[in-house]
Design a protein around this ligand. Structure first.
Ligand SMILES: Cc1cc2nc3c(=O)[nH]c(=O)nc-3n(C[C@H](O)[C@H](O)[C@H](O)COP(=O)(O)OP(=O)(O)OC[C@H]3O[C@@H](n4cnc5c(N)ncnc54)[C@H](O)[C@@H]3O)c2cc1C
Ligand code: SF4
Length: 333
């Protein structure tokens, strides 16, 4: 591993200043992704700015009845919070479906959202990869791509984003709060990650030195139910092959509010806006859910070995929505 300097600032301004002046520097959360990538030679920062002890460790109710989660809150802490389990159960479900207890104890909210793709070629410095080395090629298209994207990919990259938490936050219309040398700004979680286009090395819209300070959840939708469901090769300690987070409010048998986000199908959490629009005001039936999800997945462009994700994602979404619509069973509030 290349030698690097380590700094642990105590406030956000100092952290931002350290990174802004150093193009080769990176923020360090729990290190469960970045340090692995450093060991593999994929990442080689010359300065690590530890932001895991900044004063962003609170989970607080906002004045409007939502929740503000500091970027340094550990994944296990967030999943266990009573307020989260009772009011935003998909956040707990998504977090607990990921990684292991030890990893969740170390991983932070900010780091979780910015973890890099698990594409095998990205992690192997002996192979070409447009995301790691722009212009070198994308061997995954013809090679091993069973886990990779069916939506929103480009000829330059077919990677998926691996975070479970990000999928739940996309379905909840969460906002991400940031700070940089230019000051603070906020953006919807759904706008944080980029599709690859012809710049697959840029995972997000963040500028160098921009620090995630918090994630904010709006107040829960009254009488809505929500659930997170994940399909994977093993029952634990495995990334998603496909996942879905859904929030559904049914009134008089009709869909009154619905949010659907897919995970592991694209380079970002995939908000199923076509399906949502198709469902609003429609009967909350399995048939209507199936038709709406089919419309969304019509945009899928699978490769040789990942076409199975289309029916898998469909089954996950339809089963979650059908459970949530059942009057006395299925998903949680
Ligand atoms: C074996 C294994 C299995 C896993 N399984 C899953 C799974 O099933 N589902 C899942 O979702 N995840 C899974 N993970 C990934 C794990 O959740 C992530 O490694 C973790 O969430 C990253 O958080 P961290 O704080 O350790 O980030 P770090 O590794 O410290 O940082 C990750 C990135 O975020 C940046 N960063 C960190 N904090 C900030 C901030 N506040 N502002 C701006 N940039 C920041 C860093 O510079 C770095 O680029 C798994 C990991 C392993 C090793
Ligand atoms: S899919 Fe993306 S990350 Fe994987 S090899 Fe191709 S360019 Fe690299």
């Amino acid at each position: 591993m290349k030698e690097f300097r380590y700094e642990r600032p105590t406030d956000a301004d100092s952290a931002v200043a350290l990174l802004t002046d150093a193009p080769g520097a990176a923020y360090l959360g729990g290190g469960t992704n970045l340090v692995d990538l450093m060991k593999l030679g994929v990442a080689a920062p010359d300065l690590l700015v530890d932001v895991s002890r900044l004063p962003f460790e609170e989970v607080e109710e906002t004045d409007g009845g939502g929740l503000r989660v500091g970027a340094a809150v550990r994944n296990s802490t967030l999943a266990a919070r009573r307020m989260v389990r009772e009011r935003y159960p998909i956040v707990s479900e998504a977090l607990l479906s990921g990684a292991s207890a030890q990893l969740r104890n170390a991983a932070t909210v900010g780091g979780n959202l910015l973890q890099r793709t698990r594409c095998l070629y990205f992690q192997d410095v002996g192979k070409p990869c447009n995301k790691r080395r722009p212009g070198s090629g994308c061997p995954a298209r013809e090679g091993v791509h069973r886990d990779l994207a069916i939506l929103g990919a480009s000829e330059h990259c077919v990677a998926t984003h691996p975070s479970d938490l990000a999928v739940a936050l996309a379905a909840l219309d969460a906002m991400v709060h940031l700070v940089s040398a230019a000051g603070p700004r906020s953006l919807p979680l759904t706008e944080l990650h980029r599709l690859p286009g012809d710049e697959p090395h840029r995972d997000t819209v963040l500028r160098h030195g921009e620090l995630i300070t918090a994630v904010e959840l709006p107040p829960p939708v009254p009488e809505a139910r929500s659930a997170y469901r994940k399909a994977r090769d093993r029952a634990s300690y495995a990334f998603a092959l496909a996942s879905v987070a859904a929030v559904l409010q049914v009134r008089g048998g009709m869909v009154h509010h619905v949010r659907i986000a897919f995970g592991a199908l694209a380079a970002r959490p995939w908000r199923a806006r076509t399906a949502e629009e198709a469902l609003l005001g429609q009967p909350a039936t399995e048939e209507a859910f199936g038709e709406a999800v089919d419309r969304e997945l019509a945009a899928a462009r699978p490769l040789r070995d990942n076409g199975y994700k289309v029916p898998l994602a469909r089954r996950l979404a339809v089963s979650v929505l059908t459970d949530l619509a059942a009057p006395d069973a299925g998903g949680q509030r």
